[in-house]
Ligand binder design. Structure first.
Ligand SMILES: Cc1ncc(COP(=O)(O)O)c(C=O)c1O
Length: 407
């Protein structure tokens, strides 16, 4: 048994924080644009809004006003949110090729034999920890196109097979995530394939932006539901980051649409892939990449180089950054899987559970100073997004049933 102490969690305030309105970035995520994106995603017959769950008993236990969990473990039957980016980016790419506005198209139209004939065969390529690649493979197959997916060293057979089942040619490489991305970029150039990567760098920014915009529609679903139920928006959002595309998309949406009183955004990463934490700690406003083999159970978050746009957004708007070891993710999985009283049970995988594990740590174990710096108290309404379910079932049972990574 391991006692969770400050050794398991490092944190830093972001001293570059500024709430000033950065129109260049935020206008890309305004309500009108994101609503149109969601409208396209909704044209798929399997689209269903994911639940927004209020864990009232847990909130009382952790002495906050409310804990909201957006549960993406049921998205499109794929157990993770990632497909929201893949489906929109591939749809947008095809609509652009057709010279049409995606607003005027539905998923079914993109699936039509006429469109297929006009486009010919397209191969989409991507590197992935599992969830993104599965989304790309699924979306490509739905549109009658091909996909080639590479997973980094250490990826599980279960994740590989899930992607293969969705029609992709998929393999596990001997490289880490960032080097696998580089390899895919070269293969795309050599073979004239289309790279659909969930991270951006100078010269490769259009498709990653579409992916981020595709993620932002989750935030639209959240705010629409809160407004309809006349509930106040969150005061704090804890967001897990790999390359940061997801965290930045949610942040940009809330900053764009709640600019008078934005929530505090808190970024959380695994210790071995904490490029945002390291960058904030250095404090120059520049990216500090993390390299090497990233051996964390939070497979989706094992990325050492931030998406450049996501970094611009988060280095302005994130309030603080946390770097955590695996015990906190395991703790979050167990807390969500074993609810208090009438609270709903939520199945959450390693990368999905870390924000809740961190919240639990901050309220139960951390020095008071941490809550104080974050303004986290009895009036706080905290939002977390369960970005994945039990995408690796054996590991889920090891942790939740058999107590692996116990604290
Ligand atoms: C389940 C899950 N959560 C969160 C993330 C983080 O997303 P990003 O890499 O955009 O930071 C990922 C990325 O693959 C993921 O699979």
């Amino acid at each position: 048994m391991v006692e969770i102490t400050a050794d398991h969690v490092k944190w830093i305030r972001n001293y570059h924080y500024s709430s000033s309105f950065n129109a260049q970035e935020l206008d890309l995520f305004n309500e009108r644009k994101v609503k149109d994106i969601l409208t396209f995603q909704q044209t798929h017959e399997k689209y269903a809004k994911t639940p927004l769950i209020s864990l009232t008993e847990l909130a009382a236990h952790l002495r906050v006003k409310d804990i909201l969990v957006k549960d993406e473990s049921v998205r499109f039957g794929l157990q993770a949110f990632k497909v929201m980016g893949g489906i929109y980016a591939i749809g947008k790419y095809i609509s652009k090729k057709l010279g049409k506005d995606i607003k005027d198209l539905s998923f079914a139209e993109l699936q039509s034999p006429e469109v297929k004939e006009q486009l010919g065969e397209i191969t989409f390529i991507s590197s992935t920890d599992g969830n993104h690649g599965r989304g790309v493979a699924w979306a490509a197959r739905e549109l009658g196109q091909k996909s080639v997916i590479y997973l980094p060293k250490g990826s599980t057979e279960e994740r590989l097979q899930a992607i293969q089942k969705d029609g992709a040619h998929a393999e596990i490489t001997d490289l880490n995530y960032d080097d696998t991305v580089h390899m895919c970029s070269q293969l795309a150039q050599e073979n004239d394939w289309v790279m659909v990567q969930d991270t951006a760098w100078e010269g490769y920014e259009e498709i990653p932006l579409w992916i981020m915009q595709g993620y932002a529609s989750m935030a639209f679903e959240i705010t629409e539901e809160l407004e309809r139920e006349k509930k106040d928006p969150p005061t704090h959002i804890i967001l897990q980051a790999g390359v940061g595309s997801f965290a930045a998309a949610i942040t940009a949406y809330f900053m764009s649409n709640y600019r008078e009183a934005p929530p505090k955004f808190i970024v959380v990463e695994p210790r071995l892939a904490d490029c945002y934490y390291q960058s904030f700690a250095q404090g120059t406003g520049e990216i500090v990449p993390v390299t090497g083999h990233m051996n964390s159970i939070m497979a989706g978050l094992c990325c050492g180089i931030p998406n450049n746009r996501a970094f611009r957004i988060l280095s302005q708007y994130a309030w603080a950054s946390f770097s955590c070891d695996d015990t906190l993710a395991a703790l979050g999985m167990r807390v969500l899987g074993n609810p208090l009283g009438e609270d709903v049970r939520i199945v959450s995988g390693e990368s999905g559970a870390i924000p809740l594990g961190l919240l639990y740590y901050i309220r139960r174990f951390a020095e008071k100073e941490v809550s104080e710096t974050l303004n986290l108290d009895e009036d706080s309404r905290v939002l977390v997004i369960n970005t994945e379910g039990a995408t690796d079932e054996e590991s889920y049972r090891d942790i939740v049933w058999r107590g692996k990574y116990r604290s």
